[in-house]
Design a protein around this ligand. Sequence first.
Ligand SMILES: [Zn+2]
Length: 286
Amino acid sequence: MKTILVISIAFTGIGCLAIGANTNNVAAGNTGETNMETPASGDFYKNLPNGFELPRDDAGRLLLREYGAVFLARGGATPPKKVVYRDEADVVAFQNTLKRSTEIIGGTRIELQTAAMEALKAAIAEAAKSGLTIGPRGADSARRGYNQTVSLWASRVNPGFVHWVGQRRVTQAEAIRIRSLTPYEQVPEILELESQGIFFAKSLDKSIIYSVAPPGTSQHLSMLALDVKEFENARVRAMLAKHKWFQTVSSDLPHFTFLGADESELPNLGLKKVINSGRTFWIPNI
Ligand SMILES: [Zn+2]
């Protein structure tokens, strides 16, 4: 297998949000500068679910590239068929079609698609034999609703505008105009500002999409994602991977995605393996 060493260059904007340009949100042991990348052999687009709505704008294409592994979920899981859910009703309609399970894990009630939950329980049981625990970080670590993604988004956008208006990079009128839009409409506007270096991550030096998922785009809406309390433990990460739970968002270290396929199958599905900060991420090869 061919291995390519990618040295990332300076992060200058949306156009550079490619693999290798990410900065991670956990400092410990993270150089953030060197990735080992293994190319995919399969065609990502060919393996998308039937009826998938391909995004037609830059924001949608960026989100497909950064968050898109979940759209290949299989093994009994139902992947979403669109990159952005429009509102709460749109999310609820999708979630109501899913086969779902609820469990109390580590004292926290979590809800996932049944296939994802069964695999998680198998990973937990096997980990327990080695004295390891695997559990959710908090109450919102598995299923989320649309309105939770809106609140998280606003927690970055609102202070971002205070900062950038203060810096005179954005006018007050423009900030008011964008904030008055629906969350769905705000996403391309914010990403457009970021293409000019006006960033909305909490740290204000990188894209908001590496800080929070834009409204309606979180993998948690699909009930195929879990934020894992023990994410720093390499043995926990390996156990989750063995049970078809992988890291698929390269900036989000506690976040795991149920893909329902063995690791050896992932390149054939059109995902490429990226090693960053000692973690293995599976990212759409597009
Ligand atoms: Zn997450």
